[in-house]
Design a protein around this ligand. Structure first.
Ligand code: 5AD
Ligand code: SF4
Length: 443
């Protein structure tokens, strides 16, 4: 029915969104659409949006604006906007009023309705704006077109119950819902049969997996079972909450063969006062305790984090405590953000907001310190041999290949045909803050 029709998906934000985009691709391909890498050639464009920070929203408006021309040239083009930003009423209203080129607005909870709605639009030449404010019943398993042949994301839970005071996620992704372990294990086995060697378990807070199912079973148990699956080589997971990261998970990782030794533990701030205002549910001391346990049980590791600067009420002293913590932990890498006001969250209502120029200054200061630490940590890997899963040509230089170590370090090495998707050994001979370079010593 949709023979010779092409789709183009633009994804903003986190891995959860990337994975949802794979599902959008899956639904479209079942409808007969084919992918295109040329925006001009597309009959259907889907923007999968993010709302976690203001910047992400601004990019989306800019993109929608630029699509107006394409629509003028091709009135049959269908433009759809989905994702977290569409779970918030303000942007939906704005699109309704200011961007008539958008034909469909769809939320995260009704994404599975996309084929039905797309047909409706085409048959009736109408505009549809439909966003469910929460999940209604069981969302079916959706077909998916994976970006990689040998790596896959697997959702284990959705939503978040933490209500960190700055964060919009609980409002747009709903309450925590865990998938049944049976479904997860079957999905992983099917992926492995299809050639996948690395999976990343996805959830806003994977460590509280299954808490809502009231079974005597948790994240560590799931990891243990997945570790037994033959043919699977690597297991990763995103994102962890320091409050729920327990010793049994750390010990499971130590004893396992496949779970990668990369710990992404968002600290957000190094000041107990700010952590309390953020409603994070742990203190700096609790956090350091977990880091010590990780270093004790899994000494060959990498630890990365997320940090927000300029949370309302963050004093110079609070910020200095964040810098001290960063120096103490020596993170391999940190994703650093300026606090962004999200309407509807408790922090947005505070009257002690930090001026933009101070946020900028703090961010620069933090990044400078962290870059030095990242470099130092990477330099420790000089002359070491790392096991690297080869992903293919590197983005900046097609003459070289890139891959990831178990600790999630980006490694660049000379091009070599026939090794994509394989785990090889690379000896590191150059280290930068974000990247390692080396020579292949075994394929
Ligand atoms: N402002 C800035 N950063 C934020 N994050 C979440 N909400 C906000 C916000 N309002 C950051 C947190 C989180 C990461 C995914 O995004 O650090 O861990
Ligand atoms: Fe947002 Fe906090 Fe939930 Fe993470 S744990 S998604 S920061 S509310």
């Amino acid at each position: 029915m949709n023979k010779n029709k092409y789709y183009f998906i633009i994804t903003y934000g986190c891995q959860m969104n990337e994975h949802d985009s794979e599902k959008v691709a899956g639904m479209l391909e079942e409808m007969g659409y084919k992918p295109t890498t040329e925006l001009k050639k597309a009959d259907f464009i889907f923007l999968n949006t993010c709302t976690v920070r203001k910047n992400a929203e601004l990019k989306v408006y800019g993109k929608i604006g630029s699509l107006k021309q394409l629509k003028r040239k091709n009135p049959d083009l269908v433009i759809a906007v989905g994702g977290c930003m569409m779970q918030v009423s303000e942007p939906v209203d704005k699109i309704k009023k200011k961007f008539p080129q958008v034909d469909l607005v769809i939320g995260t909870h009704n994404l599975h309705k996309l084929p039905e709605l797309l047909n409706q639009i085409k048959n009736n030449d109408q505009r549809i704006i439909t966003v469910w404010d929460q999940e209604k019943g069981i969302i079916p398993d959706l077909p998916s077109v994976r970006q990689s042949k040998f790596k896959a994301w697997v959702t284990i839970m959705q939503g978040c119950d933490n209500y960190c005071s700055y964060c919009i996620v609980p409002y747009v992704r709903g309450r925590e819902r865990s998938r049944l372990k049976k479904e997860i294990i079957t999905e992983v086995k099917n992926l492995v049969a299809d050639g996948v060697v690395e999976i990343t378990l996805l959830g806003q807070n994977v460590n509280s997996y299954a808490h809502d199912l009231n079974q005597n079973y948790g994240f560590a148990d799931l990891l243990k079972e997945l570790d037994q699956i033959k043919g699977l080589k690597r297991i990763r997971y995103m994102t962890s909450h320091p409050r729920d990261f327990d010793l049994s998970t750390i010990k499971t990782i130590e004893e396992s063969e496949k779970i990668c030794e990369h710990f992404h533990l968002p600290i957000q701030s190094g000041s107990n006062k700010v952590l309390e205002m953020m409603n994070r549910g742990y203190s700096k001391e609790d956090y350091l305790k977990i880091i010590n346990l990780i270093n004790k049980y899994v000494p060959y590791n990498s630890i990365t984090t997320d940090i927000i600067v300029g949370f309302p009420g963050e004093s110079e002293q609070d910020f200095a405590e964040t810098l001290d913590l960063v120096k103490e932990v020596m993170f391999d890498m940190a994703f650093t953000f300026k606090y962004s006001k999200r309407s509807g969250t408790p922090a947005a209502k505070k009257d002690n907001q930090i001026p933009e120029d101070i946020k900028d200054k703090r961010l620069q200061q933090l990044m400078k310190i962290q870059n030095k630490i990242s470099l130092k940590k990477n330099q420790k890997l000089l002359n070491k041999t790392l096991k690297v899963l080869v992903e293919g040509e590197s983005k900046n230089n097609p003459e070289t290949f890139m891959g990831r170590s178990r600790t999630n370090k980006l490694v660049i090495f000379p091009k070599n045909e026939g090794i994509t998707g394989k785990i090889i050994k690379v000896k590191i001979d150059k280290a930068q803050s974000w990247t390692l370079y080396g020579k292949i010593i075994q394929t």
